[in-house]
Each structure stands twice: as C-alpha cells, then as structure tokens.
Write a protein that binds this ligand. Structure first.
Ligand code: UTP
Length: 475
C-alpha cells in the first residue's frame, strides 16, 4: 500500500481540477488503490469537462430541438410492408439477395449487450433473462439458436460480435461458456467491451465517487461500439473474415428475426451504408424515436425531442406523419463501419441530467431522491451514425411479429407481452403449416425445429393438433 499516489496520477487529476478523487488515497488498501488508479487513468478529463459545460448550457437548446422537429419529414428512402403483388415480388427479390449473402458467408451479427437494464430490474445482464414462455430459455439462448439455425440452413456460420461492458462482461462470458456457446462454435463468437464515462456533479463539475475506491462510471452508450470495435481490433477481424454486411441488434427483443434475408437484401440492392428496421408507431404519444428526413439526411429524433403537437401531425391520408418508429435493428456496410470507427469521436454525446448516488467529502453515501437531479451522465448513441451516411435506407417490419422488446418489469414492453408474442408467433407459424393449435395453449418453437411453415410441415407431416403447452425443440 502506497501512502501517496504516483506523482503523474496526482498531476493528472489535480490538473483536471478533480483533486477530491485522491483525497482518501491513504485509507485504501493496495488493490483498491490499483483499481482506483486504473479507473482514473481511463478517464478522458478534458472531454468530461467539455461535456459538463455543454450540459450546463443545454437549456438553451430547447428552441433548436423544436425547430428541428418542425423541419422533419418522413424518411425519404423507405420500403414499406408489401401490399401489392408488385411489392411482394420486390420483397422476394430482396430476400433472394439476402440469402445469397448468407450462403456466401458474408454476413456477421452484432449484439449490443452492455446496458444496465435498470428498467427491467433484473440483477444479471439482460441477455440472461429467462423469456421462453414454456422452456424459460434466456434471451442469449434464443439469439444463439437463431444464428445456429441460419448457419445450418445457409451452410456458412454467422460470426457473432457481442459487446459487453464492465457491468455485464464477466457474467456474460461465463454464461456462454457454461452453456457451451449454445451450440455455436466458440471461434465464431467474439466478446468485446465498451468504454465507460463518469457521472459529474452538476453544480461543481466534480467527477462523482460511487465509493471510496470506485468512480461512478457507467457504460458510454451503444454508440460506444465504434471505439470498442476499433480498440479490440474486431473491425479488422470482420474484414479478414470476408464480411460485407453486419446485422446489428439489441439484447431485448427475442422476436426480431435475426439476419432477416429480405432486410439484408434491400440493404445490399440499394447500396445502403446503414439500414434501419422501423415499425409504424402505435400512437403519437408512444415513447419511441422516429426515423425522419431532416435537412436532406436520414436521422432519428428521440421521443423526448419530439414535441407532442409535432408527433400528432398527420399526413394527407390521416396517418401519423412521423410514423417510422425505430426498432434499433440495423444493417451496416462493413467498409463504411470501418471508415467511421477511424474517426475520433465521430458521434455526438447525449447528456442526461439524473439523480446519481455518490459518496461525499466525509465519505458518507448520499442517495438523491428520484426527482433530485444532481449529476450529468454522458452517452453516445449508435443511431447518430445515420446522418454521417451518404446512402441510408429504412425498411418497415411487421410490428406485431417482430417488435416485442423486454424493457419494463410490467405492463407495456415487459416479459409478459414478449412471452405472449413468442407464443403467438409460434402458433401462427404452426397454423400456417396446417397444424391446429388450441387457443390459450402455450407453444414455443426452437428455430432448430423450424424457421418457417414449410420447414414445420416437413418436420411434422400430417401432425396432430397441439392441445397442451408444448416446446418444439431441436431434433
Ligand atoms: P437501453 O436503451 O434499453 O438501455 O439499451 P439499458 O441500459 O439496457 O436499459 P435501461 O434503460 O437501464 O432500462 C438498448 C440496447 O443497447 C445496449 C443494451 O444492452 C440494449 O441491448 N446498450 C445500452 C449497450 O450495449 N451499452 C450501453 O451503454 C447502453
């Protein structure tokens, strides 16, 4: 245990006006000192101080936010769900292109799983949440089985790039190992960790301590993926593996069809650099970011930046003008992604004003009330890549089937609604395959059993009706 911090660390921290971070150094044991030193050296203090100043000035942005929303129009380059035979032919052609990409081994998948999942209130990484309505399979299991099934169907593995954070890394890796990577070849699964940024006291600009030896750090947002891909070298691995398109998804939606061939096919055929899957918003009030065309670029406006009267604006047909809700499923052109990971801080930072617990100068823990906003937190968002593209595309998905995320513990977008959707999708698939499913029965299908009605028909020829809760699993 060292009585004094290393001189260069002291200079770094004092130079940034953050001397309080080392005030209790001599009370810490050697491993706590080492851990605090590691955390402090990882902080970009000039960036933090710039962002804090921006946080304080933020109130003056309100007029700009309203003006942007006023200028926003529906996305310019958009493929809607098919309605006519001509549309269906276009979707089939896109599906074929996507299938060719998969057969050529030119598709990889990215999962962002570094979030803290605070709304769900589950004490493990969200991917470990049991969501299978009958089997209790976890979200991670469901994603990996889809990739395994797709890899078998198209004859080429789909490398899986899983982003974690300090908050989720160790548990996530151990869970994959314990479950033998859910059947995937471990050589096809790459874990990489995103960075973290500190919470800062809004009045003093001081970086907050979560305990005597812990800075109050949180993951730097899903946009942190750009730095993390670069730092880990995985952006080069993607190239070496011959990948052309990266399917990107979040950890919370078990019904999003992974690497959906039609989605990937449209992306490829239109030469898009970043394609986003959207669904029609249910109501103007729904808390969902919208894809828009703004100042000649495709962009996302967060729901908190969309004034209600603008969200309520309707088009000539009476539907919502800004209808295209973001599902956070994207496809990236690999070469484009590599280019933007090379640009330092290509994405802006979003600054949130929040109640954040901390330890004060006397070493006591302070827990602000939920309405007591005392700190700024900083994050980058992946959708801010959109305005950096020259060609961006928006593709509409089938909302009921594809968008059933697990966000909240109860109510809308909760385990209950997501499990119900998994059952509904399975029953629909079976009924389309000619298998009767009694109403109210819970049924779950592994993609290793069947990914579509045709496969289900071959796996269960002339099959009997499903009368009780059932799991149709791998052969
Ligand atoms: P959310 O916006 O739902 O945030 O993340 P969250 O932290 O998971 O959940 P709440 O808001 O605390 O309840 C959307 C997706 O982005 C990932 C999450 O893991 C999820 O897949 N994410 C979010 C990251 O990978 N890193 C982050 O820093 C933030």
């Amino acid at each position: 245990m060292a009585a004094f911090p290393p001189a260069d660390l002291k200079a770094l921290v004092e130079g940034a006006g953050q001397a309080h971070l080392l005030a209790r150094w001599e009370e810490l044991d050697a491993s706590q000192q080492a851990s605090l030193e590691r955390q402090l050296r990882s902080i970009d203090f000039p960036l933090v101080s710039r962002l804090t100043a921006e946080g304080r000035a933020k109130a003056s942005d309100a007029a700009e936010v309203a003006s942007k929303a006023g200028r926003a129009a529906p996305p310019a380059q958009v493929i809607r769900q098919p309605q006519t035979d001509a549309d269906r032919a276009e979707w089939n052609a896109a599906r074929q292109t996507g299938e060719e990409l998969l057969q050529g081994g030119r598709v990889g998948a990215i999962l962002v799983a570094g979030g803290q999942g605070s709304r769900l209130g589950f004490d493990k990484p969200k991917g470990m949440f049991p969501i299978g309505p009958v089997s209790d399979r976890t979200l991670f299991h469901i994603f990996c089985e889809q990739l395994l099934a797709l890899g078998r169907k198209y004859g080429k593995p789909i490398p899986y790039f899983v982003m974690t954070s300090d908050a989720t890394h160790a548990d996530t890796v151990a869970f994959f190992e314990e479950h033998k990577f859910f059947g995937l070849d471990p050589k096809d699964v790459y874990f990489f960790q995103q960075g973290a940024l500190p919470a800062v006291d809004d009045a003093t600009g001081r970086v907050l301590l979560a305990s005597r030896d812990q800075v109050s750090l949180s993951p730097d947002g899903h946009g942190g993926i750009l730095k993390a891909l670069k730092r880990s070298g995985l952006i080069d691995v993607m190239e070496h593996r011959g990948l052309e398109v990266l399917y990107y998804h979040q950890v919370d939606n078990p019904t999003a069809p992974m690497c959906d061939p039609a989605f990937l096919g449209f992306h490829k055929r239109l030469g898009s650099q970043m394609t986003t899957k959207v669904v029609a918003k249910e109501s103007a009030e729904e808390k969902m970011g919208v894809l828009v065309s703004l100042d000649g670029r495709t962009q996302i406006i967060e729901y908190s930046d969309l004034p209600l009267e603008r969200a309520q604006a309707v088009d000539a047909a009476g539907g919502l003008l800004l209808w295209a809700g973001n599902t956070a499923v994207h496809a990236f052109d690999r070469a484009f992604l590599a280019r933007i990971t090379s640009v330092e801080n290509a994405l802006p930072f979003h600054i949130a004003h929040k109640p954040v617990p901390y330890v004060d100068a006397s070493g006591s823990r302070v827990e602000p009330r939920p309405d007591q906003k005392n700190a700024y937190k900083f994050e980058q968002f992946i959708f801010d890549v959109l305005p950096l593209t020259d060609v961006a595309l928006v593709v509409e998905g089938d909302r009921k089937r594809e968008f059933n995320p697990v966000k909240n513990a109860t109510g809308k977008d909760s385990p209950e609604t997501s499990r119900a959707a998994l059952c509904r999708n399975a029953a629909d698939l079976l009924r389309e395959a000619g298998v009767a499913v009694r109403d109210g029965v819970k049924v779950e299908i592994s993609p290793l059993f069947a990914m579509d009605p045709q496969e289900a028909r071959t796996r269960r020829p002339g099959s009997a009706a499903i009368e009780q809760d059932t799991i149709l699993g791998p052969a």
